[in-house]
Design a protein. Sequence first.
Length: 210
Amino acid sequence: MGDSKKNDRDFPEHIADALNRIEELKLSGEHEKSIDEAEKLLCDDPNCVAALEEIADNYVSLDKFDRAEKACNHALKLNGKSYTAHYILGFIASQKQDWKTALDHLKQANDLHSNNPEVLRCLGWASFNNNKRTQGIVILERALNLDPENSLTLCDLGICYLQTKNFEKAVELLKQAMDIDPDNSRIQECYMAAKGFLDRFQGIKNQIKK
């Protein structure tokens, strides 16, 4: 999910090595093994916030949001400035369409770790869906500027422009997203919907001009 890589200099060598192993397992999709390794690290160091963050991140990938929330809340008890924990809680709240809670956590994540494109993407999406449409689009544009090849940001921004009836912009962004991630069914569906609206809109314009 987010920028969960740690600077090795922040940890004793044995903890840094363990965290790198946990990260490698997570990135290779071995989430259960990654969780097991993180739990072992917690046994050695119960106050290791980074291990809790990794556990939460893995549980999100497994769609076990309740367990991810518990890990994040425990991390925040140990360190209230864990931007990763706030980000994950904000992401989960967005998945549940609890936009107010999502905004609260994502704003805190952004305050703690600004200019992170993934945090900004989620913050922009939550803002747009919490009736702050202009602000949401501006934040999503910032996220895209920081990470121009992110298909998820392109898709979210395209949907926002579709909902605000800027069909040409929506089609342009969703086409870019589809070129990057052609197998993503959500992107495909949104692109076809935007293309349909644009074609109808252009048809009406052409009829008026006749």
